[in-house]
Design a protein around this ligand. Structure first.
Ligand code: CP
Length: 323
């Protein structure tokens, strides 16, 4: 993997980023994914300094518009924008006119009239963020749209893996749990596939979407078979809010067959790392002792989240100016 090593506190010399929006990993070419990971590497260094700021986005306005709850994504986009000097506004959907029946498009047109430079949008409907991007004059970043995509999550996951393993090349990444309803799984499979990383999905048959064999290298319904020899174990929450009806017969049974505990983790490589995008349901998809254990890199994922979002904002906004 090429690495850029500019001194912390300076923005490195990256070529202009050709994309105006970040809606989907599927829109990115391999070199653009690597470019974003390399930019994020510099942002880690900046975020670990005493003075955690760059003036890159000074004078720019970023609006975070979240139609679904978020802890990690919204706060890390806010911190990312502020570390780069942007004016950051968090729109609370509960207290906005959306709660009075205003449509997504009218909300977008209203915000667009305030001339923001970037809108960071999360919505429960797949495709809503792309639709909104067609109605505004600024850059738009998808912070998660239904079960479609969560591109910055996939980027921060790849950065976390690259930093722990030194490379992504030659690794086997197992993604386990509710694949069918997961935008995180979809974005990760697209990104890792673009970088030729071997991917496995492991889930009960009813939590595997149609056509998954076209996205993942291998598909398993059994944890022992799927985890054997894996370098990375990524656990996912059951996305009850996106499922129609009951997903599992019982939590106890699900945990017994699919919850990551010491015994199941032993099937993976002895140096395998454990990831989870959050929010976690302890005792459902993961044993708390594993979540808090020495092989867990879950808090590192959160740190990488800020760096990746700084990198994305840094990459997209100058491109908008060039256009
Ligand atoms: N991983 C993730 O998207 O978390 P939040 O829902 O807290 O933003």
């Amino acid at each position: 993997m090429p690495q850029q090593n500019s001194p912390a506190g300076q923005s490195g010399d990256f070529p202009p980023f050709a994309q105006r929006h970040l809606i989907s990993i599927a829109d990115l070419k391999q070199h653009e994914i690597i470019d974003l990971l390399d930019r994020a590497e510099q942002m880690i260094a900046i975020s670990r300094q005493e003075r955690k700021s760059l003036p890159t986005l000074s004078g720019k306005t970023q609006i975070n518009l979240f139609f679904e709850p978020s802890t990690r994504t919204q706060s890390s986009f806010e911190i990312a924008g502020k570390r780069l000097g942007a004016l950051v506004v968090n729109m609370s959907v509960k207290t906005s006119s959306v709660s009075k029946g205003e449509t997504l498009i009218d909300t977008a047109a209203t915000l667009n009239a305030m001339r923001p430079d970037v809108l960071v949008v999360r919505h429960s409907a797949a495709g809503a963020v792309e639709l909104l991007s067609q109605k505004v004059g600024c850059s738009v970043v998808n912070a998660g749209d239904g079960a479609h995509e969560h591109p910055t999550q996939a980027l921060l996951d790849a950065l976390t893996i690259r930093n722990h393993k030194g490379t992504l090349a030659g690794l086997t990444v197992a993604i386990c749990g509710d694949i069918a309803n997961s935008r995180v799984a979809r974005s990760n499979l697209l990104l890792l596939g673009a970088l030729h990383v071997r991917t496995r999905v492991i889930a009960p048959r009813n939590l595997l979407p149609a056509g998954i064999e076209n996205l993942a290298t291998e598909v398993f319904t059994d944890m022992e078979a799927g985890l054997k020899g894996a370098d990375v174990v990524m656990m996912l929450r059951l996305q009850h809010e996106r499922a129609n009806g009951k997903m599992i017969p019982s939590v106890r049974e699900y945990y017994r067959f699919y919850g990551l505990d010491e015994a199941k983790l032993a099937y993976a490589k002895s140096d395998a790392i454990v990831m989870h995008p959050g929010p976690m349901n302890r005792g459902v998809e993961i044993d708390p002792a594993i979540a808090d254990g020495s092989r867990s890199v879950i808090t590192d994922q959160v740190e990488m989240g800020v760096a990746v979002r700084m990198a994305v904002l840094d990459a997209l906004l100058p491109a908008r100016n060039d256009a």
